[in-house]
Write a protein that binds this ligand. Sequence first.
Ligand SMILES: [Zn+2]
Length: 427
Amino acid sequence: MSQLLADTWKRQRPPYKGDAPTTPTYDDGVFNIIWRHKPTFVNYPKAHVTVCVGDKDTGKGMTLDGMADKHMSFNHIVFMAQGAHDNEDLAILRDPLVQLMKKRVLILTGDSTEVHQYREPEMHFTFDQKPISRLTMGDMYNYDLILNVFKFYVSTEEYYDKMRPVLKRLYEKGEFYDRMLYLKIGEAAEILNQNVQTYAETNMVRTILTNVFKQSRHIGISLGVATQRWEDVQKGARLMGDYYLIKALGMTELIGARFDKLWSYFTADWLESMESNELCFMSDRGSVGRGTVYPANGLGLMKDKISWHKEENESIMKFLGLEAIERKEHLEPQLDIELSDDPENDQKHKKIIEFYMVKNPDGSWRSMSQVETLTNIGHSIVQREITLVHDTKVEIAGVCDICARTGGSYQDAKVRRNRSEAAKRTT
Ligand SMILES: [Zn+2]
């Protein structure tokens, strides 16, 4: 069903005119590319990381929205986790797919705000709402489209303060093996810079973002991340991309010449001045091409050429008949999310870590699969608790709070590193 929809969604477009028509082309309904080197395709059903780089107002949001649309057609969960201040992410509610596939929509809010629909919009959609501080992993299964925009928070500070822990939980607890999640981060640098004061906070946020980058693929998350400044995304993380979508570049990026390869294919003139629907497409396998991007316009349901994406200066809130109002009921402050975790899971975590740090009679370390057999806990959980949860906590905070509150023996040691260092000492 979803493949059928994905195919019908594909819209015939004339090939991009920018290059000679003899070169191989690619059109998946989102991207229309003419290759210069190593033709490739976007493998939507496989978890991937897409990095979109470009100057202000060059259509980075639209580019990642096009991918969101495609993921929805494959019935993946789409989570617009961080967007621009103009709330453009809400525009996806008028994507005809939302109605056609009866997507279950969740709009996230701050603790003292509610979403109010004051009139029925032209395009019908229904939604649930929830303060982001109450978002559970279960919601990831119960909804198809999760939206998190500035409008429903009292301040930018609240928006970032409440969103960062959610990103952290996504890679710590995320496990979407039977259903992929597409996570859109509209401006990665803002997550690093907004309302971050101390060195420790900066470090914490950086680690969260780096881990989202590094781990997303392994836990079935496809990440679409946009950034204005390439430099702001940490070195290790920014080279993790499968696809790089380059929009019009600012002077700093051009002078920095960080995309060496681009220079042998395109002129600086074009890179600086491309239209908002143009882009340069590169992959980690060395593919290079250029072309256009359009989120689908829904088989003519919307005006020709104009997609569901928000127009400049358009009030998307007004179009949808939505407004933010003060929450009527008082919300009790949420307990620390980590503390509200299930004590039974805490015990499981402790057991996994301790079983992993025991040696076999022959002096070799226990493998993860031995730990699985001995504890009777599944492979993905064992791997996640050791590598993602425990070691990440130790890296971020210097201590694993789960091991600390359950009296575990390795609360301040990264277990994987510890084992390899111990092995070095004995040889
Ligand atoms: Zn631990």
